[in-house]
Design a protein around this ligand. Structure first.
Ligand SMILES: Cc1cc2nc3c(=O)[nH]c(=O)nc-3n(C[C@H](O)[C@H](O)[C@H](O)COP(=O)(O)O)c2cc1C
Length: 354
């Protein structure tokens, strides 16, 4: 199956299904001599893991990462880093009702059409369980580019959103609540909203904002591999993502050039940053920032009409343990994908300059 690898030099390939024995990955291209902070890697996994609060899926997985290669006495050797996270809390019976039935807006129908064979348990390969592997690789990438600061936070849940620009928020407060929103008053409203939606057996979407600081000017590979294009691909590869908005985004399309242009200071920095830190696909040294939109989870616990593999109309009701809203758990995934892109681009930059 193609399409399971990401990156050009710092390259992650992942494997595994939601209810298989394990998930895992191979990172090829990580330079040697990087002393890994294993606790920091596990911390990132803990931020993504299921069962961490009442507003996420109640599947209980310890999500402990085991390294099988590429690390010797805590230091990367330059050889492929192989790692595994065991699945321990599968309840596959909960999924027998979708063996031959397609959940609307999930990937059951499309996987069947493409492969003709489908591991339907827990969504199989289409499950966001795979993203735990991205978080492991992203945590290593973060350590490789430790001067770069990558912070993501929940900026909306349904119609409740953070009104202030990120510059006015205390990004150190992101982890203070279960929804990962640095505005405590808004966070409370978001959590109540998810709790209410969950009681109805329904789900809700949301957005995540990501801010990247300390990227020097000059990073990016025009023309097809523009830095923001690669970030867009990275984010759109995350399950349930439906939108990516960079810098001024769609709002910018309603502005005049005179208002949109970022005026230079003498040192090359800019007085505003509607460009979002990238121009012509190359970083300009200002903060890089973007927003990612997540749809409501497809598996609701309400009755809905759908079709089966014979094309017959059937009634179905979601079972099993599901996230009522993905954004709190997706925050570390967004950060991980951003770290993978930047680590790769720092390494690419090394081979494009004498
Ligand atoms: C962190 C996270 C958790 C998710 N949890 C669930 C879930 O519990 N149930 C579900 O049906 N979909 C869940 N999804 C979304 C599905 O993985 C996704 O909708 C499915 O693979 C179809 O892909 P698409 O929505 O990108 O088209 C989750 C996504 C993320 C990022």
């Amino acid at each position: 199956m193609a399409g399971n690898s990401f990156g050009k030099i710092f390259k992650l390939s992942t494997f595994g299904e939601s209810h298989g024995v394990a998930i895992g990955g191979i990172i090829d291209g990580c330079p040697s001599g990087l002393k890994l902070n294993l606790e920091a890697i596990q911390n990132e996994l803990d931020r993504r893991k299921p069962g961490q609060s009442k507003i996420v899926t109640q599947r209980k997985e310890p999500d402990i990462v085991e390294f099988y290669s590429g690390v010797f006495e805590g230091v990367t050797t330059g050889t492929p880093i192989g790692f595994v996270i065991k699945n321990t809390n599968q309840k596959s019976k909960d999924y027998s009702h979708i063996k031959d039935v397609y959940r609307p807006s999930h990937a059951d129908y499309t996987y069947d059409k493409k492969y003709g064979v489908r591991d339907y348990r827990g969504g199989g390969r289409s499950s966001a369980r795979e993203t735990a592997c991205r978080v492991v690789a992203g945590a290593i990438a973060k350590q490789l580019i430790h001067k770069v600061e990558i912070r993501a936070f929940t900026s909306s849940v349904g119609d409740i959103f953070v009104e202030q620009p990120y510059q006015n928020l205390d990004l150190n407060a992101i982890e203070n609540n279960a929804i990962r929103c640095p505005d405590e008053a808004i966070a409370k409203k978001m959590i109540s909203k998810i709790e209410a939606i969950k009681k109805e057996g329904d789900t809700i979407g949301g957005t995540i904002t990501c801010v990247i600081k300390n990227v020097p000017a000059g990073l990016g590979e025009p023309v097809f591999d523009k830095l923001h294009a690669e970030l867009g691909k990275a984010m759109l590869s995350i399950n349930a993502v439906k939108g990516f908005e960079y810098g001024s985004g769609f709002c910018g399309s309603r502005m005049k050039g005179s208002a949109h242009n970022d005026k230079f200071n003498k040192d090359g920095s800019t007085q505003t940053n509607l460009s979002g830190g990238v121009q012509g696909g190359i970083s300009n040294g200002m903060d890089i920032y973007f927003r990612v939109a997540f749809k409501p989870v497809a598996t609701t616990l309400q009755k809905q009409e759908t079709i089966n593999s014979k094309g017959e109309t059937v009634q179905m009701q979601g079972k099993g343990r599901h996230d009522p809203c993905v954004v709190p758990r997706a925050v570390p995934i967004v950060e991980a994908m951003a770290a993978l892109v930047l680590a790769d681009y720092f390494l690419l930059d090394k081979i494009t300059r004498l």
